[in-house]
Structures are given as C-alpha cells and as structure tokens.
Design a protein around this ligand. Sequence first.
Ligand code: 1PZ
Length: 215
Amino acid sequence: AGSQEDQKFCLQEVLDTFKLCLSEKKDVYLEHYVAGWRGLVKFLNSLGSVFGFISKDAVNKINILVTYLHGENGSQYVTVQSMVKYELDNELVDLTKRGSHPESGCRTLLRLHRALRWLELFLERLRTSSEDSKTSVMCSEAYNESLSQHHPWVVRKAAGMAFCVLPGRPAFLEVMNVGPPEQVVAMLGEAVPLISEVYQITEELYAQQNLLDLP
Ligand code: 1PZ
C-alpha cells in the first residue's frame, strides 16, 4: 500500500537521471538511460490506467535492456556505443527482417529512442504553451511529427484515443510535482536541451551504423 508514495513521480528525478546519461566523451550510459525511462513510466502510470498499454510496452523494453545490462555480457552494455559495437561485431542484430535476434538491444533501444523524440517535442510544446493550451493537442502534434511514422494504424488510433483523456495543462503540470507552473516551466527549460542532446547523440550513432530502420 505504501507503494503509492514510492511511485510518486517527480520531474526533478527524471531530469537528474538524464543528466547522468552522458559521459565526458559523450557516450550514453545505458543504466541511466533506462532509469530515465523508468521515471517517465512512473509518470505515465500516475496519469491513469488508459495509458497502461503504452507503459506496458515501455516497461517490457526497459526490462529487455536491463536483462542485458545485468547479464553475463553486461560489461558490453555499459554504454549505448559499446552495446551497438558489441551486438554488431557478434552478429546479434536482425538487420533487415526479424529472425533469430528479435529482441536485440539495438532494436529495443531504437523504440525508446524514437519515443524520446516525441518526448522532446511534447515537452518543448508544454514549456512554451499558454495556460489554456490543450495537452491533448500538443501531445498528438508531437506524436504526428515523430513516433506515429513508425506505428501501424491500430496503434496510432489507440494512441489518439488515449491522448484525448489527458488532463488539462494546469493539472498536468501539477502531476509533475515540481511546484508552481513557473517552476515547472523553468525546469522544462533545463530538461528539454538535455533530452535533446541524448537524442541527437544516439541518432547520429544509429545513422552512422545504418540502424535507424531495424525491424
Ligand atoms: C503523456 C502522454 C503519454 C503519451 C505517450 C506517447 C507515445 C504513444 C506511444 C504508443 C505506443 C503504443 C504501444 C506500443 C507500441 C509498439 O508496437 C511500439 C514498437 O515496438 P515493437 O512493436 O516494434 O516492439 N513501441 C514503441 O513505439 C515504444 C513506445 C514507448 C512509449 C513510451 C512513452 C512514455 C511516455 C512518457 C510520458 C511522459
């Protein structure tokens, strides 16, 4: 029963984990990347059970990556860069169609990576929006500009329905547990560039290795 408190989302926490993501050489630590996602899932769950099908998929992908990270080859999974190199060198990735490695770290992370772009676009809209803006509109605009391109019609339809029940902007900012709206906006001003940097670094790595369309 006490788990409700433990589950409480705090934007600061997510911001902190994304800050920890980048090494000095700008490698992305998988441990913190995954922790950032865990925080986001907590937030999603606090918005209600309509989002269950989304958070379930995210949790499933987080768990796949954590299993690699804590597995016998865990040392190869410390950063996204080392994961990509290890999996490619050892032919552990299905490159063109699904085969013997349907749950590679590379393809699993790619799904979260695409969702991170949605998050960046959405949070930037939220940050710059006026008090009476609709979160559902910001959310679906961000989705249509990013993640939706990778989703089949049924998923787009279900996502669109879920967006409709998002709380209004004031309630939404409240759930972030940061304080008054101005403070949330300030924190978003810090969070969005960080998320964007992590996204860009991963995007460039995947582009270089031709991994952006992994099945
Ligand atoms: C605040 C409102 C939250 C809206 C979240 C917007 C994203 C909508 C995504 C809908 C995903 C639906 C369920 C899963 C679909 C999967 O098919 C795909 C592809 O994976 P594959 O089938 O190839 O294994 N999964 C994804 O695209 C990953 C989606 C992760 C979404 C995480 C959202 C976290 C939200 C944080 C909120 C602040």
